[in-house]
Design a protein around this ligand. Structure first.
Ligand SMILES: [Mg+2]
Length: 121
């Protein structure tokens, strides 16, 4: 049960290289996933280009336990909640095709609804 979690445009607003304002509900939903046994893997371009510490500070302050941080970003597949459930793998990333979006960010309200719909949450 893995979550590949992006940072900019997913956890926070796009303000790269600064850290943007929190994306509403992101921390709450990620913590809910963790509490259900999902392991959180940070998957951000920041790792490739050396701006990872700001993201790690943010995640630490939010008290989200990370399983790992990838050194190079993996490209997310299309958002498909049924496939995610079947494969126990979630890619939550604003560049994932078809992922629910609002104001140029991942829409965590809709993500949460879908996670509940398939009984991940
Ligand atoms: Mg992003």
């Amino acid at each position: 049960m893995k979550v590949y979690l992006d940072f900019d445009g997913t956890m926070v607003k796009h303000m790269y290289p600064a850290v943007g304002e929190p994306n509403p509900k992101a921390i709450e939903v990620v913590k809910s996933l963790f509490s259900k046994g999902w392991k959180i893997h940070l998957n951000t371009y920041r790792a490739d280009i050396g701006f990872i510490n700001e993201a790690l500070d943010y995640i630490n302050k939010a008290k989200i336990p990370l399983e790992s941080t990838f050194l190079f970003k993996l490209k997310p597949p299309e958002w498909d909640i049924n496939k995610a459930k079947k494969e126990s793998t979630l890619w939550i990333d604003d560049i994932a095709p078809f992922i629910p979006m609002k104001n140029s960010m991942v829409d965590w309200e809709v993500i949460e609804e879908q996670l509940k719909m398939v009984k991940i949450l």
